[in-house]
Write a protein that binds this ligand. Structure first.
Ligand code: CAA
Length: 386
């Protein structure tokens, strides 16, 4: 057992921290206010290899391990959680899925430009009437000779406005329930794929998400990812990886909450002393640090299992559940420590507070994570306890 980061991990951490502090910190609040997608910095991150981190070099990726990816998303989110999720979606909801389930041709054609960051990817499962109940889809895909015709509507498609390729899940056989769901690689340049303007959100406002409507949208059959009926399992498997990314995003948010709180509490004076000297405040700091460390261990452990090639569904859900609830808790306390300054849009801490909430919702709500963890735990204990 080894709790040390390797030299490569440290190098990646320094590089991404430096980039985030020099290039992103100065634009994060303004982008949030203006709900502006950070095209320029995402392009630079692509050039540095952060858009397809775990993808082999032969498919345009950086070939790093999963811990490096967690470090990168955490460091970006420590400064700007919107950058964290844009990068996370491309890496784990799109590139990971294409690398795991794509054919050689699909990897060359779609994965390579996505991993290089020349094109951006998105993942569209959720529909207006269903989010948690993910197999209950209405979007349909009908085979017509060597094409599929897709009709339906998706919502909350992160990166949707900017994406050129989108993994879309549609029903090819209604009777078969989740076994009738199929995954496709939608090419946004083809007619019949209509994007809405960015959705209006509480947080991560510069990471655009949108509705996507498919109206007799035709794509070649070779754009099908996996076999007909494999879609639900593909979605679940991809979300396992995605949830590690969101855990890392939540970790970065919590880390920001801690650092802002310490900085503020050392300067702010009340009752004749800096408020850091008041037990009420310093106990919050102690609890933040403890919860962050626990969240970090859970997240790194899930990533470690993933890179070993083992099933990591339960570990990813545990990491996401704990890290996202830590982010919400830590930012709530951070706003409290900042007092009225925490409530002001002049100070970045309110941005982290707003950004934290979504980590408890997207890529599976906290309730869904509990369901996944409970199902896996009960199965394990069935073996132990009978
Ligand atoms: N990996 C591989 N296969 C899996 C799996 C996984 N992690 N989880 C389930 N499966 C398989 C099961 O083994 C089962 O297979 P069989 O048919 O062979 O038995 C099949 O999938 C069905 O599984 P369940 O019976 O567990 O399915 P369920 O209907 O009970 O649903 C669920 C389970 C956990 C609730 C699931 O629906 C779920 O995760 N819901 C949340 C969806 C979600 O996270 N949505 C977020 C969308 S993305 C987003 O947020 C927007 C964005 O852009 C960031």
């Amino acid at each position: 057992m080894d709790f040390e980061l390797t030299e490569e991990h440290k190098m990646i951490k320094d590089t991404i921290r430096d980039f985030a502090e020099k290039e992103i910190a100065k634009i994060a609040d303004k982008n949030d206010e203006e709900e502006r997608f950070p095209k320029e910095t995402i392009k630079k991150l692509a050039e540095l290899g952060f858009l397809g981190m775990e993808i082999p070099e032969e498919y345009g990726g950086a070939g790093t391990d999963s811990i490096s990816y967690v470090i990168a998303v955490e460091e970006l989110s420590r400064v700007c959680p919107a950058h964290g999720v844009i990068v996370s979606v491309n890496n784990s909801l799109v590139c990971y899925g294409l690398n795991k389930f794509g054919t050689e041709e699909q990897k060359k054609k779609f994965l390579t430009p996505l991993a290089r960051g020349e094109k951006l990817g998105a993942f569209s499962l959720t529909e207006p009437h269903t989010g948690s109940d993910a197999s209950n889809l209405l979007t349909s895909a009908k085979r017509e000779r060597d094409e599929y015709v897709i009709n339906g509507k998706k919502v909350w498609v992160t990166n949707g406005t900017e994406a050129e390729y989108i993994l879309v899940f549609a029903v090819t056989d209604k009777e078969k329930k989740h076994k009738g769901v199929t995954c496709f690689i939608a090419d946004c340049s083809l007619p019949g794929l209509i994007k809405s303007p960015p959705e209006k959100k509480l947080g991560i406002r510069s990471a655009h998400s949108c509705e996507i409507t498919f109206e007799n949208y035709r794509i070649p059959a070779e754009n099908r990812l996996g076999e007909e009926g494999d879609g639900f399992k593909i979605a679940m498997s991809i979300l396992d990886a995605g949830r590690i990314g969101i855990a890392a995003q939540a970790l970065g948010i919590s880390q920001a909450a801690l650092e802002h709180s310490i900085r503020f509490a050392k300067e702010r004076v009340a009752f004749g002393v800096p408020i850091i000297q008041h037990q009420a405040v310093v106990f919050y700091i102690a609890d933040m640090q403890t919860r962050i460390q626990a969240a970090r261990f859970l997240t790194y452990y899930a990533a470690w299992k993933k890179q070993k090639g083992e099933r990591f569904t339960k570990e990813a859900s545990m990491a996401k559940l704990f890290a996202s609830e830590t982010a919400m808790w830590a930012t709530t306390k951070a706003v409290q420590i900042h007092g009225s300054m925490g409530y002001s849009r002049e100070h970045p801490i309110q941005r982290f507070f707003r950004d934290a909430k979504v980590t408890e919702i997207y890529e599976g709500t906290s309730e869904i994570q509990r369901l996944v963890i409970a199902r896996h735990t009960l199965k394990e204990y069935e073996k132990i306890l009978g």
